[in-house]
Design a protein around this ligand. Structure first.
Ligand code: GDP
Ligand code: IMO
Ligand code: MG
Length: 438
């Protein structure tokens, strides 16, 4: 069972990119299997900072093949831009180093237009999407009639398909907007633009399901990189304030085509506190000076949209739910350095709802809105820890915090991160390095 998964256990931006980069050495494939260019994964190598939206964060390691599977919604302009940006930094991706599934659904201009219109007209609190066309593209995938997959772009009826769908979408968008608000889309121009994308992407197009199933049968090491976080999962998250894919552990099999029996290890990535971008309930949010302290120290501004992230205390009710849902067997505790300088740190260990105490994460978003977090207070530590290299050199209060989290979530802490750099990582569970030695 040579598969390892890295998934976020909160509302995204848990620093999955850093962990994937760290675990890439020795793997044959690193795989993005859901989401799209709504993701922004940061990898820091020395003074170099890489921000990846569609390319897997394993892309920096030579010899690893990066794979984008059919569960992803593909923005062709964005993936080509990322390929070009890496080339400008001397990282060359050819058809051996990058495989993109012909089953990926393609994001088209109408998806951006629909995302703008729909997100501002939900009636209640806005979802606050990344405006990357993600929801409309997944909707068309499920609805089928107006969908275009990457493989369709190489078929003789591609031009006719674009013409038919553009005409329909122009009618839909005109009906959804006020007069003059929407400029009709030009099918001919879209076809020309996307035919050029198809030409440039052709060397990378592959049947990734077949590639990955064969790799698994040959016992090759494969790393799966989740995007977003478990609480943004369309089925199991804080619906409707979620993304449109299965971003919790349950998405690995449907997004990649690789069944769960091939997965040996699931790592849950958790920030030492909580953040959320966009709308929706957030029980432990600190819309005050404590939240600002976390935002300033953690540089909590969106990788994709630059929006300030909402910040708050660690919510163990939510994290334990996400860890159980994902079958997580080890935690990566990230951004611990951000907490230095706090006299005390709060951990939400349970919720109170209608006068009752519970540690069950509510299934309805309106119940989650009503919960009152019950906090346990633990002592903080004053010293900066971003240069600490070993677990034993962390302050005693940090040990106590990590131990308490492991106990409450029911999972050991395998990795502790004390800064964005590769060297600012304490690997507690040495067996994680095994594939690198193989
Ligand atoms: P992802 O979407 O889950 O990959 O996370 P993002 O890249 O959007 O956000 C995580 C941010 O935290 C990035 O800017 C990282 O460089 C940074 N980061 C990662 N680990 C640490 C850490 O341990 N401490 C600090 N201070 N920053 C970190
Ligand atoms: P990474 O992979 C944090 C949020 C958006 C919005 C909701 C729906 O970097 O962790 P969408 O554009 O997907 O329809 O937006 O989901 N969101 C993220 N928040 N990190 C992400 O990705 C996110 N991707 C989407 O802010 O609330
Ligand atoms: Mg991110």
């Amino acid at each position: 069972m040579p598969g390892t998964c890295v998934i976020g256990l909160q509302w995204g931006d848990e620093a999955k990119g850093k962990i994937v980069d760290l675990l890439t050495a020795g793997r044959r494939y690193v795989v993005r299997y859901q989401g799209g260019a709504n993701a922004g994964h940061t990898v820091v190598v020395g003074k170099e900072v890489y921000k990846l939206s569609l390319l897997p964060s394993g892309v920096l390691a030579p010899g690893v093949t990066c794979v984008i599977t059919g569960g992803v919604v593909l923005n062709p302009a964005k993936v080509l831009e990322e390929i070009d940006e890496l080339l400008a930094r001397d990282i060359r991706l050819d058809g051996d180093r990058l495989k993109i599934s012909d089953r990926t659904h393609v994001i088209l201009p109408w998806h951006f237009a629909e995302d703008r219109v729909l997100d501002t007209s939900t009636g209640g609190e806005s979802i606050g999407t990344t405006q990357r066309g993600i929801g409309p593209c997944y909707r068309d995938k499920v609805a089928r009639s107006y969908a275009i997959r990457l493989g369709d772009m190489y078929r003789p009826d591609f031009k006719e398909r674009i013409a038919r769908i553009t005409e329909a979408k122009n009618r839909v968008l005109a009906a959804m907007t006020n007069e003059g608000e929407f400029e009709p889309l030009d099918a001919e121009a879209i076809y020309e633009q996307y035919a050029e994308f198809a030409r440039r992407l052709e060397p990378f197009v592959a049947d990734t399901t077949e590639i990955l199933l064969t790799a698994m049968e040959k016992d090759e090491h494969v790393l799966f990189e989740g995007a977003q976080g478990s609480l943004l999962d369309v089925d199991h998250g804080t619906y409707p304030y979620v993304t449109s894919s299965n971003s919790s552990g349950v998405g690995v099999a449907n997004g990649s085509g690789v069944p769960g029996c091939h997965i040996e290890k699931v790592l849950g990535v958790v920030k030492a506190y909580s953040t959320r971008v966009g709308g929706g309930p957030f029980p432990t949010e600190q819309d005050n000076e404590k939240g600002q302290y976390l935002r300033d120290r953690g540089n909590e501004y969106g990788t994709v949209t630059k929006r300030p992230r909402r910040c708050g205390w660690l919510d163990v009710v939510a994290v334990r739910y996400a860890a159980r849902l994902g079958g997580v067997d080890g935690l990566c505790l990230m951004l611990l350095d951000v907490l230095s300088g706090l006299d005390e740190i709060q951990i939400c260990t349970a919720y109170e709802i209608d006068g009752r105490r519970t540690n069950v994460f509510p299934s309805h978003v309106e119940d989650l809105r009503r919960v009152k977090p019950i906090y346990e207070s633990v002592p903080g530590w004053s010293e900066e820890i971003d240069q600490v290299q070993s677990y034993s050199d962390l302050p005693a209060a940090a040990h106590a915090y990590l131990d308490r989290i492991a106990e409450l979530v029911g999972c050991p802490v395998d990795v502790v991160s004390v800064g964005p750099g590769r060297e600012q990582t304490i690997v507690v569970n040495e067996s994680l390095r095994k594939p690198a030695l193989a």
